[in-house]
Ligand binder design. Structure first.
Ligand code: SF4
Length: 554
């Protein structure tokens, strides 16, 4: 007998002040948010066909009382940066008398924070959802389902339910090819959640997912959300030629981006294959200019190489690089701030995610710091009222260097890297090296990024941020003359500055506040020690009462 069930899937709001929330750039092309909730639509595909599913992404649309009242079951999934809203939503669903099932990376890393949920799915959902479904259908209303780590066969992962998303809400759509990464970076939670042996989907599976997107009429930017796209090079080498043929047959409906380790620069054949398959951007974790620090964080793949040369080589294949940098490691020296600035300038990377070291739940770093007695209490709890990411909340442990020195260095790096002149300078130098000469110029019809790239977009950016007018215009004119094939990407990166410029200023002012606090100039800000300490409303705002902010969390 089939038992019907109305499932409301809710994707929690990301914390507002995050590096990656570049909603200003989204608005420029009419989108609402950068990425669609790939994890939830993949889980949706694991549910019985006769279940009725509704998806609400709280980052793009409101969650109404009517949605909650409609549901028999509320399913919520998300990451650390969604934690405050995630926990709020559990309480909200309960207020409406609805049972809640939770899952995703933050639940898997910190299940104790989600103990109020009726069901927890811990680890990768494939193959354990059947146990949850059986339990639900047999009338059970509580349970914890734990996947055996790193054993999930991703070739069995179903086709995500792309029919549940509103494509025009997003700047890009995610597709996953692999999970896991072979490296050992101490601060990384990927290898704890997905293991060190990358598992890939089959080529047919990936092409079927892209075909589904194509058939839904989607055109434009597709991001391979893999932890490390080149983690299993052997399999990847068999995918890329097929992907190339698939693209050619359909007149290149998609452009791709992904994340990969720096050793991609050692492999010309792979870079050429990625160029041939229309990749235009790669995120690379660079972390630090200091070899000793790279060794300490167990990121040996970044040592014994000239990183700037590696990055420039990638530019030569027509792909620009965005990169992650971290301040706050034990082995950092006094000169670190200037060294990082020089390093970033040398690489010509415009978009640098420079954050403070953050001890993520379940990582080697967190285990070491706990053993050394250096981990701060509540290190895994995102504080609602501080609402930031690793840029503002990082160093959630006792640092080896004086914290004040780290914060001063960090501020100096941000202040330089995101000054309009420095940013525009890196854009100009990137344009010199970004070889787009034998790539297609036109984006496919229906690609919302077509609205970006022309002079109107640049005027829009300059109107929004008058301080960029002079350097950005100079860069635009220069690139239009010398490398018009790269112009679209340079304007795209200018659009990101609409978020990054004001964001870096907000981070700097928060770092100033932390420095003043260390200097004893301000009282420690009162924070709530418990995510439970919130009053609730269905409009999505979390309210703290005076009593609730009385607990002080250092
Ligand atoms: S290369 Fe990236 S994904 Fe791999 S272990 Fe290091 S930080 Fe994690």
């Amino acid at each position: 007998m089939t038992i019907p069930c109305r499932v409301l899937m809710v994707y929690p709001k990301f914390i507002p002040n995050s590096f990656w929330n570049y909603t200003e750039a989204c608005e420029l092309v009419g989108a609402k948010y950068p990425a669609a909730p790939l994890g939830l639509i993949t889980v949706a595909a694991m549910l019985p066909k006769h279940w009725d599913i509704r998806l609400v992404n709280r980052n793009t649309e409101p969650l109404t009382d009517a949605d909650l009242d409609w549901a028999d079951l509320v399913m919520i999934g998300g990451m650390l940066n969604q934690q405050p809203d995630f926990i709020y939503l559990i309480d909200l669903a309960h207020l409406h008398g609805k049972p809640v099932c939770v899952g995703g990376p933050d639940v898997s890393s910190s299940p104790h924070l989600y103990a109020d949920a009726d069901f927890q799915v811990i680890g990768e959902a494939e193959q354990i959802m059947v146990h949850f479904i059986a339990a639900w259908e047999s009338g059970e209303r509580k349970g914890v389902f734990i996947a055996e780590k790193f054993k999930i066969d991703v070739t069995q992962s179903p086709m995500p339910r792309y029919d549940l998303i509103k494509f025009d809400h997003y700047l890009f759509i995610g597709v996953q090819y692999s999970r896991g990464c072979p490296f050992t970076c101490e601060f990384c939670d990927i290898i704890e959640l997905y293991g060190r042996v990358p598992r890939t989907k089959t080529n047919d599976q990936v092409l079927a997912e892209l075909q589904a997107l194509y058939d839904y009429g989607y055109r434009g930017h597709v991001d391979f959300v893999d932890d490390n796209f080149i983690g299993n090079k052997k399999n990847l080498r068999t995918l890329l030629p097929r992907l190339k043929a698939w693209l050619e047959e359909r007149d290149y409906p998609f452009e791709f981006s992904t994340e990969a380790s720096i050793n991609i620069a050692d492999d010309d054949e792979l870079l050429q294959a990625m160029k041939d398959t229309n990749f235009f951007a790669i995120f690379v974790g660079i972390e630090s200019p200091d070899p000793e620090t790279l060794v300490q964080m167990k990121k040996k793949q970044n040592t014994r190489r000239n990183i700037a040369e590696c990055i420039h080589k990638i530019y030569g294949y027509g792909m620009f690089v965005t990169a992650g940098f971290i301040v706050g490691f034990d082995t950092e020296k006094i000169s670190m701030g200037q060294a990082m600035i020089d390093f970033i300038e040398e690489t010509n990377i415009p978009v640098c995610m420079v954050g403070l070291l953050y001890a993520l739940p379940g990582t080697q770093l967190t285990r070491r710091l706990a053993k050394e007695g250096r981990l701060h209490k509540g290190h895994d709890l995102m504080k609602v009222e501080q609402a930031g990411d690793q840029c503002t909340l990082g160093c959630n442990f006792d640092t080896k260097r004086p914290l004040r020195d780290i914060l001063v260095d960090y501020k100096a790096v941000l202040g330089h890297v995101f000054s309009p002149t420095a940013y525009a300078g890196r854009l100009s130098r990137l344009a010199v090296k970004l070889d787009r000469s034998d790539r297609r110029r036109d984006l496919p019809d229906g690609d919302m990024r077509k609205r970006l790239g022309g002079i109107d977009s640049v005027h829009g950016i300059m109107r929004a941020l008058p301080e960029v007018r002079e350097p950005f215009w100079k860069t635009f004119v220069e690139v239009a003359k010398t490398n018009p094939a790269a112009l679209r990407y340079i304007v795209m990166l200018m659009a990101l500055y609409m978020h990054l410029g004001p964001f870096s200023k907000r981070v700097i002012s928060e770092i100033d506040r932390r420095i003043a606090e260390l200097d004893g100039m301000h009282p420690v800000r009162a924070t709530a020690s418990s995510a439970r300490a919130r009053s609730l409303d269905a409009t999505g705002n979390n309210h703290l009462s005076n009593e609730q902010v009385s607990a002080v969390n250092s």
